[in-house]
Design a protein around this ligand. Sequence first.
Ligand code: G3P
Length: 222
Amino acid sequence: MKFFIDTADLDEIREAESWGVLDGVTTNPSLYAKIGGKLADFEDHMGKICKIVGEDVPVSAESTAKTTEDMIAEGEHLAKIAPNIVVKLPICAESLAATHQLYKEGIPVNMTLVFSAPQALLAASAGARYISPFVGRFDDIGEDGIEQLATMVQCVKNYDFGREVEIITASVRTPNHVTQAALIGADIATVPMAALKKCLAHPLTDQGLEKFEADWKKVVEG
Ligand code: G3P
């Protein structure tokens, strides 16, 4: 499974990048607002992210346009920031049409806010390169996000769309979301930094390290 980081924070992106595990970055309007992002700096900021991670690493930049024409225009504009920009569009009739056009132009789209298998299939059919189901938000309303993800992954994997389509497990909150997404065979998990750090940690690793260090001290001190 590939690890993306779900953040617009440059320091977090640099840190995850330094671990050598970063396969992509996803951002959205909420994540950009969270870091105090200003409208005038948006493109510059996306450009900085693209530069940090390098040209082979996809960076999702979300369009807030409302009509198909505006989504296409904004998508074309965003795609000019860097070769690794992926245009993120929330699923609706207008964005399906925009996705189809952007696909024909060779601009990759990440279709977001996907909550059902039919939505995922429509996104794939329109030409989306990535599809992002939101696991945690299902849990928030008392549904099983992982079960929903499994259904969507299975439905999409049942078909050959004639091009690569990857499922990004989004709205990831816990290491268990990552484990379950990997068991299901979701291609990617986009994980916020706090959850990524939880994925790295284990109390038995800490205990084991303490014992190694204590025993090595005995060796060194004879
Ligand atoms: O990847 C989507 C994500 O940013 C939404 O996460 O925690 O706001 O549901 P959350």
